[in-house]
Write a protein that binds this ligand. Structure first.
Ligand SMILES: [Zn+2]
Length: 706
């Protein structure tokens, strides 16, 4: 049995090998994988699931890979590993083997699916050291099943028990890899077992370092076991969580061959529709061109989870559209095979129709690089450790900026704060820092170097006021580059009073479209900064909202800036002391959206490599692809864009696209993959222009180029 001598540090040779992993060194078959399917196996399935119908279905819809459950909570084969409890419906069967053979006979690749997060009371009695503990030392049962207890990832459960199961699979079966569900968790674990008590306090950057070291060590250990029998086989774990993932995503991107985004649908009904596309942008940032797949639940995701009944097909379809548009591989997921293929079988035709369509156009979904001129930092440390004031959340903060970027039809990529090196940033004319509070000195220096080279920055609120260890600085880490200095603590508002206003001091491009007003809304919170020369906007402090008799500004004018703009050569910087993007999101404020759109346009300059003009709320992606180029349009113009589920589509009219071609490239053919027709286009020097007549839910304008 493989064992780690030092559980804190990954075996150096294995990590070094994976650190150099790139699309070029990945197993070749991953490059041609465009569809993934999963029927998640239940304990009852050995008695009810129709194995042949299951394999026929996934082969017919041209899924390249299916998952077959080994598990760890419950065995679906005749295991000899102690405490690997066999399904009570297994009888004498080898259900894993039957599924695995049926799939492989039809040319499907298979992954062995494991679950390391839970085990039963008999394991708890025999191995109390395997399990998570609360502060009182009690084992922690799951909410649904009191007989199942949470295991701790720092214990020998992960290095002895899970590895024993993997070795057993290697001995008896042929698989293309091992996938682990339920680990690492979306939230950092809080455990008081004997090992975890010796770790730094939960939810601190010091704890995070230990957590990441353990994740990388286990990942490398499992990857080593996965490839013992078949050198091409690999291991990967359950990821997702959008901008709120727990493990360091840059490290995951280095070690991982496959990013499994377990982001199956809107979690809350008031989440905006774009959660899957946002996940795709996170994956694109950290995977360096390697494969990312988003698991779309065809079942009823959301606050009430009907695991074996479908959700609205329009909602599912838009989630899959976002998967494809953002460069991930579409993946459909259903649970259980009661009555052969499930009690509710409406998903079958839906999945078949969607996958049939994508299969006609695989080449156009093979992306080489994104086309964008704006980089948006998503700040993983800030999302994990920063304490927002009041009811503010970093997810709403990002959704606020995201809505601005969609309203302004900008083309942007996400960036992780550990990837701010100049060669990566050079592609972008502007980098946006939406309250990226935690930045190390080195990261601030990278952003400064980028600005010195002519790059532009837009930052808000507490950006760079904390170190990467979440310690508050005396002044902004980006003080010099943004031309700002702190002048006191964060100011909120009293009760339900007016938030502060921003008085217009003089005209500027960021104020385009505002007339007949002397001021604009400010934001709910602000980090006061010292007076600047010739401010464009100044703070008018908030004042009473009720009673209206008192609702006037006792201090109508100050010298405190509400925005600080600078220009040095080509480099422009903009800093808003307010949490402006969060405020506009919770208030739906259109002035603040316009102000941010104008400011993004001002910092980025006239550099957009692609533009789309037309009516409607859309999200767009542009890619250089294997055959040429592709412009993806997701039509979110829908009464359920901000509250799920979608229950219909509302087509939008003409969208006029203009794409700058790289030097030496020319377009031969333009076609719409959803409308399934060729369209005319105009070429003038290095620009191609065409019109998409209408978009129902999704359109891909695919250009074949020389
Ligand atoms: Zn523990």
């Amino acid at each position: 049995m493989a064992c780690l001598t030092d559980p804190w540090n990954a075996p150096a040779a294995i990590v070094a090998n994976r650190e150099t992993s790139s699309p070029a060194t990945q197993p070749a078959w991953l490059k041609t994988l465009h569809r993934i399917g999963q029927t998640n196996i239940t304990e009852h399935d050995p008695a009810v699931l129709d194995v042949e119908a299951w394999a026929d279905y996934w082969a017919r819809v041209k899924a390249g890979v299916v998952y077959v459950s080994v598990t760890g909570i419950m065995a679906f084969y005749q295991t000899e590993v102690p405490f690997h409890r066999r399904s009570q419906y297994l009888a004498g069967k080898d259900f894993f083997g039957e599924l695995n053979t049926a799939a492989r006979k039809r040319g499907l690749r298979t992954f062995a699916r494991m679950s390391p997060d839970l085990n039963w009371g008999d394991a708890l009695q025999a191995h109390p050291e395997w399990f998570m503990r609360d502060e009182q030392g009690n084992a922690i049962a799951t909410a649904d099943t009191p007989q199942l207890f949470q295991t701790c990832m720092f214990t020998s459960y992960m290095t002895d028990y899970m590895t024993a199961i993997m070795h057993e699979i290697n001995v008896h079966y042929e698989v293309d890899g091992f996938y682990m569900n339920g680990w690492p968790m979306f939230n950092l674990p809080v455990c008081f077992c004997n090992i975890c008590r010796k770790l730094p306090p939960p939810n601190t950057p010091a704890y995070w370092d230990k957590f990441n070291a353990r994740v990388m060590a286990l990942w490398a250990l499992y990857d080593g076991i996965a490839s013992e029998k078949n050198r091409q086989a690999f291991y990967f774990a359950n990821m997702g969580g959008g901008i709120h993932a727990a493990p360091n995503l840059v490290q995951v991107g280095q070690i991982s061959q496959w990013f499994q985004a377990d982001n199956q649908g809107r979690g809350r009904m008031d989440d905006p529709v774009w959660g899957c596309a946002q996940q795709g942008r996170v994956c694109h940032a950290i995977m360096n061109g390697k494969l990312a797949a988003n698991v779309t639940g065809l079942w009823s995701t959301g606050p009430l989870r009907w695991r074996e009944s479908i959700k609205s097909p329009q909602e599912t379809q838009m989630w899959l559209n976002q998967t494809a548009a953002s460069g991930m591989v579409p993946y459909i997921h259903v649970i259980g095979g009661e009555k052969g293929m499930g009690e509710d079988r409406r998903w079958e035709k839906f999945g078949e129709d969607y996958f049939d369509w994508t299969a006609k156009h695989d080449a156009h979904f093979s992306n080489r690089r994104s086309i964008a001129n704006i980089g948006v930092v998503f700040g993983q440390r800030t999302n994990l450790f920063y304490r927002c004031p009041g009811n503010m959340t970093m997810q709403r903060n990002m959704d606020g900026l995201y809505s601005v970027l969609l309203d302004g039809r900008f083309f942007f990529d996400f960036l992780h704060e550990d990837q701010l090196d100049l060669h990566r940033l050079r592609k972008y004319s502007a980098i946006l820092l939406p309250n990226i509070a935690l930045l190390s000195d080195a990261q601030c220096a990278q952003l400064r170097a980028y600005a010195e080279q002519g790059g532009s920055l837009l930052a808000t609120f507490e950006t760079s006021l904390y170190t990467d260890q979440n310690e508050r600085r005396a002044d902004f880490g980006l003080a010099a580059v943004l031309g700002i200095h702190t002048a006191g603590k964060v100011i909120g508002r009293r009760g339900n009073s007016n938030p502060f206003y921003a008085r217009i001091e003089r005209s500027h491009a960021i104020l385009d479209g505002f007339s007949d007003t002397n001021w604009l809304p400010g934001a709910e919170y602000r980090q006061p900064v010292a007076a600047a020369d010739h401010p464009i906007l100044t703070v008018v402090p908030g004042f009473v909202a009720y009673p209206p008799e008192l609702s006037y500004p006792p201090t109508p004018r100050t010298s405190e800036p509400a925005v600080v703009l600078q220009q040095h050569g080509r480099s422009r910087t903009a800093y808003f002391p307010g949490n402006i993007e969060h405020s506009l999101w919770i208030a739906g404020n259109t002035d603040l959206s316009r102000l941010l759109q104008n400011t993004i346009r001002w910092v980025a300059g006239d550099t957009a490599p692609v533009s789309i003009e037309g009516q409607g709320l859309v999200e767009s992606f542009a890619w250089e692809t294997e055959p040429g180029f592709a412009v993806h349009l997701l039509n979110y113009t829908n009464p359920n864009a901000h509250r799920g589920w979608l229950r219909g589509f509302y087509p939008i009219g003409e969208q006029r696209v203009r794409l700058q071609l790289p030097p030496g490239r020319t377009v031969k053919k333009a076609e719409l993959l959803r409308a399934q027709k060729e369209i005319p286009f105009r070429l003038s020097r290095d620009v191609v222009e065409f019109t998409i007549p209408s978009v129902e839910d999704y359109e891909v304008a695919a250009l074949t180029a020389d």
